[in-house]
Design a protein around this ligand. Structure first.
Ligand code: 6PG
Length: 261
């Protein structure tokens, strides 16, 4: 009953180009309905290649980039100038080139700006709550109280070979955390060790989740994620968009897609 779609692509480059085209079209459609649109970005090689492909696409000019809200699914807790920052990579790949409104680009705090991981998580929680409250106040059909996060029209995720999504790693506290939108992650098994991440609760408020994956080293994780394993062991299997969950794969990453879904 879950609305899960799988699309195969012949190569990494085609995957990035196609995801870029989908993203442009999705933002255009949402803006046509509501004026603004909101996307949650991912780091990782496919995520950043997708942003570069958006920057190179003539179709990007159809989007009103000044009215796109940008969030990040996770961030490495490193100094602001570090090349490891997803925010810096996204800026270099796309955001610096297309006339975004910087006030709509919501970065997670860097390690030389706030005291510690808890402060970074609290800061992002507050940014999300403020955006959610602004939406809630301007919407006549709002629920009784403001939600914890704004409406995410599309949320992009990469996938690690261990099936981690954002910075939610198997068996660690982040993947188990409930009732909060953001967690600080210490001792990440993949360096750098300190990270900030949206939780599964926050991720799963997204209307559409797109899990974008390339490479043979991810094939087992894709297979387990689609088979519906326990998210504590296979974090990707816990990601479900409200309207749609799309697995956008290259051929190598798709090698172990289960036949029966
Ligand atoms: C990180 C990486 C990681 C990445 C996946 C997929 O935070 O260390 O960004 O989460 O998204 O490992 O990476 P690739 O897209 O490079 O395969």
């Amino acid at each position: 009953t879950r609305n899960v779609r799988i699309t195969l692509h012949p190569s990494f480059d085609v995957l990035a180009a196609t995801t870029a085209a989908r993203l442009i079209t999705r933002l255009l459609d949402v803006q046509g309905e509501r004026g603004e649109a909101t996307v949650v970005l991912t780091g990782g090689s496919v995520g950043i290649a997708t942003l570069k492909a958006v920057a190179q696409s003539p179709a990007r000019l159809a989007v009103d980039w000044a009215k796109v809200n940008f969030w990040f699914g996770d961030e490495r807790f490193v100094p602001a100038a570090s090349p490891d920052r997803n925010a810096g990579q996204a800026a270099a790949a796309l955001l610096d080139h297309i006339g975004v409104d910087r006030a709509r680009v919501h970065e997670m705090a860097a390690s030389d700006v706030v005291a510690d991981l808890e402060a970074a998580a609290a800061d992002y929680t507050a940014q999300l709550a403020a955006a959610a409250r602004r939406e809630w106040e301007s919407d006549d059909d709002s629920p009784e109280s403001a939600p914890a996060v704004p409406r995410f029209d599309v949320l992009l995720l990469g996938l690690g070979p261990d099936a981690h999504i954002a910075s939610l790693f198997p068996e660690m506290s982040g993947i188990r955390s409930q009732g909060v939108p953001v967690v600080g992650v210490a001792n990440s098994p993949k360096p750098p060790p300190w990270r900030v991440s949206l939780t599964l609760d926050a991720i799963n408020t997204a209307l559409e989740i797109w899990i974008v994956v390339a490479g043979a080293d991810k094939a087992a994780a894709v297979g387990l994620g689609l088979a519906g394993a326990n998210p504590v062991q296979v974090p990707a299997s816990g990601a479900h968009g409200v309207n749609k969950t799309m697995w956008l794969l290259d051929q190598e990453a798709a090698a172990k897609v289960p036949e029966q879904l």
